[in-house]
Design a protein around this ligand. Structure first.
Ligand SMILES: Nc1ncnc2c1ncn2[C@@H]1O[C@H](COP(=O)(O)OP(=O)(O)OP(=O)(O)O)[C@@H](O)[C@H]1O
Ligand SMILES: [Mg+2]
Length: 219
């Protein structure tokens, strides 16, 4: 079944828009860099649509509540809920924005599900990858920026308030981190791994560099 699911999807063209994704462990600095990149692109006159996963649509917000703040969710149910959020999200928000020529910046996407459910928990990474790719119909980012954070720095930055997933032990966060690095290594063209322990401004400069490179390659 895994093979059939994977074979049923192929990479979808994002032109005339541009699809940028931020990934990384909890507290890596994703939301901070999403904000800064948005501001920078808007100053250049680009239309930017920002979204987060899960939760970028009304249905997604409900799914986010269920998955992150509800009672225990069985691993396969969790995987399906995240996939359902993605499927809806791509159809309702991301694809229309790309078609209109916007830059879509997403705070987490397919790779979050693959790493969190596939690397850290009992479900296989290949299964989750196939499920996620099926859900998004092959719509993958032009550039995914992985903010690589150690469990210790992540915990420090998160502070004390933790949701269900964040409360997992450092070993889980270490597995998530490895998962991201493994995925990024499979496609260096589409992934930019940045050391998230750097100061905000240095990271921002590297982010803009990466996005500019992808935009230039497009022309
Ligand atoms: N490069 C950085 N250096 C130091 N502190 C940072 C840096 N980037 C972000 N922070 C701080 O770390 C905290 C977490 O940042 P942020 O919310 O951007 O991370 P996140 O990856 O979006 O986290 P989450 O996974 O919980 O959504 C915030 O208090 C933020 O101000
Ligand atoms: Mg965030």
């Amino acid at each position: 079944m895994t093979e059939n699911l994977a074979a049923a999807t192929h990479r979808v063209d994002t032109a005339p828009g541009l699809f940028v994704c931020f990934e990384g462990g909890d507290g890596a600095g994703k939301s901070t860099q999403v904000r800064l990149l948005t501001d920078a692109l808007e100053r250049r006159g680009r239309e930017v649509v920002v979204t987060r996963q899960p939760g970028g649509t009304p249905l997604g917000a409900q799914i986010r509540e269920l998955v992150l703040h509800g009672d225990h969710v069985a691993a396969r149910a969790e995987a399906l809920l995240f996939a359902a959020d993605k499927a809806h999200h791509v159809d309702q928000l991301i694809k229309p924005a790309l078609r209109a020529g916007s830059v879509v910046i997403t705070d987490r996407y397919v790779d979050s599900s693959v790493t969190y459910q596939g690397a850290g928990r009992e479900l296989g990474r290949d299964e989750i990858t196939a499920l996620q790719h099926w859900a998004v119909g092959g719509l993958l980012p032009d550039l995914t920026i992985v903010l690589d954070v150690s469990p210790e720095v992540g915990r420090e930055r998160r502070g004390d308030v933790q949701d269900r997933l964040e409360a997992e032990a450092d070993a889980f966060h270490a597995a998530v981190r490895r998962g991201y690095l493994e995925i990024a290594a499979t496609d260096p063209e589409r992934y930019l791994v940045l050391d998230a322990s750097q100061p905000v401004e240095r990271l921002q400069a590297a982010v803009i560099d990466g996005v500019d490179r992808v935009m230039a390659a497009r022309r």
